[in-house]
Write a protein that binds this ligand. Structure first.
Ligand SMILES: Cc1cc2nc3c(=O)[nH]c(=O)nc-3n(C[C@H](O)[C@H](O)[C@H](O)COP(=O)(O)O)c2cc1C
Length: 390
């Protein structure tokens, strides 16, 4: 294993730190490593290590979000961190429905299909009352209404520790940019092509996350190597973070070489001790190859990349119903997910993960992953200097 000392012993940049970019300076962080995670432990650990964690909070109630932010604040020694939300209204369909209205839109056909599927696999069913309770719970979590995102943003902007709020889908609404800027908070957005970048720039977004299809596949089909420099060009000076498939220090070097000001990673943290993923699902990810992370609408109704299990495969069979529109498919999935979880049969569930899964093979920690990547970064830089005459 490469020694942590390698990065520690490498020379400082003229700016006084080893890996500073304009963006890390603006945000007041040490490392250009950004970590998306639904798990507050990961967000705190990355932030504490000098990067910036971004808490995936779209599913949280405003109260849960407030508690999580305060929990992180207590652990990061005053360092800033970020929150990632979904803002409906510009990218959302049926945006003003209540959770209950969404739940009622789930056809019986879909529930019967998943019931049959899990019955045939010998997974014990749950009572109808439990099923309905899970569907109601998922409807509350997954229905991204304008009201909910306004309340979430209000919580985020009331906290001094959060200096970047990121929108996961669609063009960021102008009210979000205006309110965040009024509190001195920067706004980021995920983009999947140069047109998205230009639109986000026109509404005043400060940071773009260029997410290649290797990742979730939720914002576009362009691969990282092609996408990153295209977004950098379209951004016209707005800082760009590279996302999609990053697991190594050499990836960080490549992202910086392609004009990005940092990296935004999601999959890698799923294998760390700080992740709240079950041990069983983690083991499944460690055993998977990059080819096993495939695009499907099975989970949310929107295209996304996930572990290709028997459950996902079933949605691609000719007898399967068409996956429902977002968020109904996510709500409907509350039933098979809880059933497969209780039956401890993860072949009939799945998890969002990018092609990076092929590089995730063992239990790690956030700290060990960051140290590894920093050392690999220096090693890659040294190798590069050895192969060019400049
Ligand atoms: C389990 C999982 C869930 C994700 N959920 C969201 C989300 O809710 N909002 C969002 O902006 N991005 C989400 N992403 C995408 C990440 O923000 C990030 O762009 C992506 O993970 C980067 O690619 P990588 O996974 O190859 O590192 C998710 C990624 C993973 C792995």
């Amino acid at each position: 294993m490469v020694s942590w000392l390698r990065y520690a012993a490498s020379p400082q940049s003229p700016g006084g730190s080893k890996l500073q970019t304009e963006l890390t300076k603006t945000l007041g962080i040490e490392l250009p490593i950004f970590a998306f995670s639904h798990c507050r432990d990961v967000v705190a650990a990355v932030t504490k290590a000098g990067g910036m964690g971004s808490l995936g909070a779209a599913w949280m109630t405003p109260e849960e979000l407030e508690m999580s932010i305060e929990w992180i604040e207590e652990r990061v020694d005053g360092r800033p961190f970020s929150v990632d939300l979904v803002f409906p209204g510009t990218g959302g369909e049926g945006v003003e429905k209540t959770p209950d209205e969404y739940r009622k839109l789930i056809p019986k056909e879909h529930l019967s299909f998943v019931k049959r599927l899990l019955d045939d696999a010998g997974i014990a069913d749950i009572s109808e009352a439990d099923r309905d309770a899970y569907l109601a719970e998922y409807a509350e979590k997954m229905a991204m209404t304008n009201k909910k995102s306004r309340e979430q943003l209000e919580v985020v902007l009331s906290k001094k520790s959060v200096n970047l709020v990121v929108g996961a889908l669609g063009v960021t609404p102008e009210w979000v940019v205006k309110e965040a800027h009024a509190k001195g908070v920067q706004v980021g957005a995920l983009v999947g092509n140069g047109r998205h970048a230009a639109k986000q720039r026109s509404v005043g977004v400060d940071v773009l996350v260029a997410q290649g299809t290797e990742a979730g596949g939720s914002v576009g089909n362009i691969a990282s190597m092609v996408l990153w420099p295209q977004v950098v060009e379209a951004a016209q000076g707005i800082p760009v973070l590279a996302a999609g498939g990053i697991t190594r220090g050499s990836h960080i070097l490549a992202a910086l070489a392609l004009g990005c000001q940092g990296v935004w990673m999601g999959s890698l943290w799923l294998g760390t001790a700080e992740s709240d993923l079950s041990l069983e699902m983690r083991e499944k990810l460690f055993a998977a190859a990059s080819e096993d992370a495939r695009l499907s609408k099975a989970m949310t109704g929107k295209q996304g990349r996930m572990l290709y299990t028997k459950y996902v495969d079933a949605w691609h069979r000719p007898d399967a119903p068409k996956p429902l529109d977002w968020p109904m498919q996510s709500i409907m999935n509350g039933y098979p997910f809880k059933r497969a979880e209780r039956g401890r049969n993860l072949d009939y569930w799945t998890y969002s993960v990018g092609q990076a899964v092929g590089d995730m093979n063992e239990h790690t920690t956030v700290k060990s992953e960051i140290e590894r990547m920093l050392n690999e970064y220096v090693e890659a830089l040294e190798k590069l200097q050895g192969v060019t005459s400049y």
